[in-house]
Design a protein around this ligand. Structure first.
Ligand SMILES: Nc1ncnc2c1ncn2[C@@H]1O[C@H](COP(=O)(O)OP(=O)(O)O)[C@@H](O)[C@H]1O
Ligand SMILES: O=P(O)(O)OC[C@H](O)CO
Length: 673
């Protein structure tokens, strides 16, 4: 083996851009061994202009990418490799995040609207109203997704409705839309000077505009969202040559792989067989389950998505997906907003200091709740607090929240697939946290398998790029056939976390979690009317209004000379005791009383009324005098009418047809028209 800095020969390397929500990185892999040779990573700033809004700067996304490429290549050369050893570059990215840019300048027309962003909640409501039966799942059979703030088409619709700049650019034919992969490929292949406007099937399957069967933009979906097809990129497979880098020290290198980051992790974890699944813990958390050639429609709130299509002429493979919006993001929130920790890694130490949350539950519904609830009006809550609760319990509750959410995904997945997963492969930035891994195994009740190399997202993109036709440095055939024996490309599972609590405890804790989730629902009331208790001054206006109505009524009565309010004295009604259960007079039970109206019964009471009285209440008891202690058997056979005498009632009734009442009704309802 050559030492550091010494020249190496005959190595085929593949680079991968992993553009995530929290950071951008560029990793360089050995195509024969899957080993990471070197990498560079830069954190990415999130812009939070309003509560619920999450944006990123497209230029920063691009700049961090080129910076990571340069730094990693610099490291590589320092290790004795040549930059020309890099035979291809793959791109994997945060999905759904929506970018629009100007074809003539190449500049963004708006900040990137991040997948977590909630500004489109009312857009979603409006779109849903257009569907028969106000059905959020109306488009599922076509695109595999429910109507939700999460997906790109809704964000693009919002931009067209709310940004004059974007609308004008569309009118002028200057607007280009893309997810992060499209934005990066366009810029890395030349931008305004011939940059490729493309995306791959996995990213396109997250827009709500691609038909899952044809893998093409769907006319009826574009019509539904009213999005011009002219702004959309060309949909390509996940492994083919899209173009060459025109800048950075990798100028001339082919870009030959694109995969959404969660799909890339599925590939990197070698989940090529039907029934294999992985869960990635990054900013959010995403469980993907390979369903093979079949796109399985979920009945439990999961998503149907394209897993990969590794070549122009290769078939598309589908997956069921469970998506959680907030996982690592909540750890970042403890760090950046609460100042409870100074680095993400610190949460483990903090949470390990206690052995339980002691009833404290944290539902991090910062962006509403995704799978399986799809509740955009849910908001984060911490509940079960006592004087005893401290930051250790809260830190532990944050880790537990990620695991409970995953448990709910697993339950939905097992239901949809009809098979119970017996273990789950995990990866992503949070999986370095050993406590999290153990809590996860405990709450799932199955083994959690963590590979030695947790950068499986970037690995998946590198595998796609290296295996593309015309590059051919990464052989996937044996891996895809399931014959991984002796293959150095197989990530070796070095850590397996086994469940260590009883199923009784697991289910009890899950039940409590569900109670907490229940409490987080419908918290956001923006745009909805709240019923609030009124103070004296607040009631003045309605009071005056009611008083005015009454005065009008009396006046109308006087003018029209008809009897609007007629006191009805001594109305005779027949009382029938109806019950099929034995009733003890004087007991606490309720009885059903049927008041049958007579001719004298005023209008509005001519129909039979069923009223529920506690037996010892009101006048009925008086009528039963002398029957105390007697058992009245009123079962089916002995059901009879029991005449209990006459009851006096003083009632007022509304003569709906008198001119004064018509006037009054009009007066009351006029303001609501
Ligand atoms: N030791 C740790 N314990 C818990 N969370 C962690 C730890 N280290 C990193 N994280 C969280 O993992 C996330 C980063 O993971 P990563 O896979 O890089 O995310 P992304 O791909 O979304 O950018 C961050 O939200 C960070 O807070
Ligand atoms: O940034 P990540 O890794 O949490 O992934 C974001 C997802 O792709 C959003 O769908």
């Amino acid at each position: 083996m050559p030492g550091e800095g010494e020249p190496r020969s005959n190595v085929a390397l593949v680079g991968a851009v992993d553009q995530g929500t929290s950071s951008t990185r560029f990793l360089i892999f050995n195509a024969k061994t899957s080993e990471v040779i070197t990498y560079h990573q830069v954190e990415l700033k999130q812009i939070l202009p309003k509560s619920g809004w999450v944006e990123e700067d497209p230029m920063e996304i691009l700049d961090t990418t080129t910076c990571c490429i340069e730094k990693a290549v610099e490291n590589l050369v320092g290790l004795g490799y040549k930059q020309s050893d890099i035979k291809a570059v793959g791109i994997t990215n945060q999905r759904e995040t929506t970018i629009v840019w100007d074809k003539t300048t190449g500049k963004p027309l708006y900040n990137a609207i991040v997948w977590l962003d909630l500004r489109t909640a009312s857009t979603v409501d409006e779109l849903q109203k257009k569907t028969p039966g106000n059905d959020k799942d109306y488009l599922r059979s076509r695109c595999g997704l429910p109507l939700a703030t999460y997906f790109s088409a809704v964000k693009l619709r919002w931009l067209l409705d709310n940004s004059e700049t974007v609308r004008k650019a569309v009118e002028d034919g200057r607007c280009m839309f893309g997810t992060v992969d499209s934005w990066l490929v366009y810029n890395l292949t030349g931008g305004v000077n011939g940059g490729q406007h493309v995306t791959d099937v996995t990213n396109a399957s997250r827009t709500m505009l691609m038909n899952l069967s044809t893998l093409a933009w769907d006319d009826s979906l574009c019509r539904f969202f009213d999005i011009p097809k002219s702004v959309l990129p060309e949909i390509r497979s996940s492994a083919e040559i899209y173009g060459e880098l025109t800048s950075t020290s990798l100028q001339g290198t082919k870009i030959s792989g694109i995969l959404g980051d969660q799909q890339a992790a599925l590939v990197g974890q070698l989940c090529f067989q039907v029934g294999q699944a992985k869960n990635t813990y990054g900013t959010g958390c995403f469980l993907l389950y390979n369903t093979g050639l079949k796109a399985v429609e979920s009945t439990t709130g999961l998503l149907t998505t394209v897993a990969y299509k590794l070549g122009k002429n290769k078939p598309a493979i589908y997956a069921l997906e469970g998506a959680i919006a907030i996982a690592g993001a909540c750890v970042q929130w403890l760090r950046d907003n609460m100042g409870m920790i100074s680095s993400s890694a610190e949460i483990e130490q903090l949470a390990s200091a206690v052995d339980s949350t002691y009833g404290c539950y944290f539902v991090p519904a910062f962006s509403g709740l995704f799978c399986p609830y799809w509740q955009s009006d849910a908001r984060g809550i911490i509940c079960g607090l006592t004087q005893f609760t401290n930051k250790n319990h809260i830190a532990r509750a944050v880790l537990e929240a990620v695991c409970f959410q995953t448990r709910e995904l697993l339950d939905a997945m097992n239901k949809d697939s009809g098979l119970d997963l017996t273990s789950v492969r995990v990866d992503g930035g949070m999986t370095v946290n050993l406590l999290l891994m153990q809590i996860q195994a405990d709450l799932l009740g199955i083994d959690v398998v963590r590979p030695s190399m947790t950068e499986t997202t970037a690995l998946g993109a590198a595998m796609a790029a290296g295996s593309a036709e015309g590059v051919d440095v990464w052989d996937l055939s044996s891996l895809m056939s399931g014959n991984t024996k002796g293959s150095p490309s197989t990530p070796v599972a070095t850590d397996i976390f086994h469940p260590s609590i009883t199923s009784q405890e697991r289910e009890e804790r899950l039940a409590k979690w569900k109670m907490a989730v229940e409490r987080s629902m419908h918290w956001d009331t923006a745009g909805k009317q709240l019923r609030v208790p009124m103070g004296l001054w607040d009631t003045l206006a309605p009071g005056l209004y009611a008083f005015g109505s009454f005065a009008m009524l009396l006046l109308a009565n006087l003018v029209a000379g008809d009897a609007f309010l007629e006191p009805q004295a001594s109305v005779v009604v027949e009382v029938t005791l109806v019950s099929n259960i034995p009733i003890r007079i004087g007991s606490e039970k309720s009885v059903q009383i049927v008041l049958t109206g007579t001719d004298e019964l005023p209008l509005g009471l001519t129909e039979t009324k069923s009223l529920l009285f506690p037996i010892e209440e009101v006048f009925i008891r008086a009528q039963l005098e002398g029957h105390e202690g007697e058992k009245l058997e009123l079962g089916d056979k002995k059901l009879r009418q029991l005449k209990l005498g006459e009851i006096s009632a003083s009632l007022s009734c509304l003569n709906f047809f008198s001119p004064s009442s018509v006037l009054c009704i009009l007066y009351f309802f006029l303001p609501t028209l």
